[in-house]
Design a protein around this ligand. Structure first.
Ligand SMILES: [Zn+2]
Length: 403
């Protein structure tokens, strides 16, 4: 998540749970904007409504059982977990990972894994509980991973089956962005001085990735952010409304998009026994040919499609062709709190052949200006993306475990 850690803030964390199972309320109408003359409407406020008289699919349950490989645990009580299970049952979600929000570097919270594990492990077949990495002190000279590895082994013994979500948005794993841990001004509390962590292929992380392999734990690692966040924020930027909200072009000293991806692949190559699941299609939604090349060269490399439905459904034929070829390495994921609306929207994109529909304010307020299209994926591809690829990633990770 990272740039969306606003969802994890105290107070904000529980808010979505109350609304689960219902369509989120639309933003309150802003009369002033709604009545502006057309030549004064700003692009960021543009909310077209499709006029086409065409089929609208409403899919409550996925066509095949689903495993969600990118879910941030939001529940803090057993009752809230019960409520998550109800939504999962209604939407056909067989199981989900549960990222515990343990954090990295200065945001690491000792005990966060254990607290979450207590309530989520009541449903051992429904949740794969993940832990984070204790990267405390990563910015100090001479840092060594001994404490990180000891804590990883401890959480594994206590029930953790995977590691994530980890992040490198340019300041390395265990680092923090200028302006706060998530990179947004003021996000996550008072601004703090940036901390330089380690990029995925840094030698300081070698022993950690090897330990993940030894323990049979897949690593869910998010690097970079959408491409248009790095581009000049002007009228030529194809993803301007999204790119501007999460802009990175004004963050001096961070590692750039291409270099982050190169570093990630180098780590996967250096640690062939470690299974990496790249969050958000490795932020290569705009260049799926490059992602295909990375899959081709690295059998231990998977990617989740979470929070990249809007970006890929606007190129439906290219995305469907990509998934027909590489669906066995792409896993389903969501990234925002469970709701029926969330699942129905993602199923509509993956399963239906619907055309020209909008849902601009739902998914992280992404606000892309383009309409969405269903990918109409065939059954064999849906089965892989929904279910089989996740099982194969877990199985591959377990097959590399020692002892
Ligand atoms: Zn996430």
């Amino acid at each position: 998540m990272n740039r969306r850690q606003v969802m994890m803030l105290p107070g904000a964390a529980l808010a979505p749970i109350r609304g689960r199972g219902q369509t989120p309320a639309p933003a309150p109408p802003n009369a002033a904007i709604d009545t502006l003359p057309p030549d004064q409407v700003m692009l960021k406020d543009y909310r077209p409504k499709s006029v086409y008289k065409i089929h609208v699919s409403e899919i409550v349950k996925a066509r095949f059982p689903v495993i969600d490989c990118h879910h941030h645990a939001q529940s803090r009580t057993p009752e809230q977990v019960d409520q998550e299970i109800k939504i999962m049952d209604a939407a056909g979600l067989e199981a989900s990972v549960a990222f515990m929000g343990v954090g990295e570097g200065p945001t690491y919270r000792a005990g966060a894994f254990d607290d979450g594990y207590k309530i989520y492990s009541r449903y051992p077949k429904r949740f794969y509980v993940y832990t984070g990495l204790n990267m405390s002190g990563a910015g100090q000279p001479g840092w060594r991973p001994d404490a990180t590895i000891a804590e990883l082994e401890r959480s594994h013994k206590a029930g953790a089956v995977g590691v994530g979500e980890l992040h490198d948005k340019g300041m390395g794993i265990g680092g923090t962005m200028p302006g706060g841990p998530g990179g947004r001004q003021g996000q996550g509390g008072a601004p703090r001085a940036p901390v330089q962590g380690f990029h995925p292929d840094a030698p300081q992380l070698d022993a950690i990735w090897e330990k993940c392999a030894d323990l049979g734990m897949p690593v869910n690692l998010h690097v970079s952010d959408p491409y248009w966040s790095y581009l000049k924020q002007d009228r030529f930027n194809d993803g301007l409304m999204n790119g501007f909200s999460w802009r990175l072009d004004d963050k001096p000293g961070i590692m750039q998009h291409n270099e982050l991806i190169v570093s990630y692949e180098a780590a996967a190559k250096k640690h062939p026994r470690t299974v990496f699941i790249a969050s958000h299609l490795l932020n290569l939604d705009y260049d799926l040919t490059r992602l295909a090349g990375i899959f081709e060269r690295n059998p231990n490399f998977y990617a989740d499609i979470s929070a990249r439905f809007h970006e890929t459904c606007t190129i439906p034929r290219t995305t469907a062709d990509f998934l027909k070829k590489w669906g066995h390495r792409v896993v389903y994921g969501t990234d925002i709190p469970f709701s029926q609306h969330l699942f129905s929207l993602t199923y509509r994109i993956l399963e239906s052949a619907d055309e020209h529909f909008y849902d601009q304010d739902f998914y992280f307020n992404f606000n892309y200006h383009w309409p969405m299209y269903g990918l109409a994926l065939p059954d064999d591809v849906l089965r892989k993306v929904y279910h089989e690829s996740a099982l194969s990633a877990f199985k591959l990770a377990r097959s590399k475990a020692k002892g």
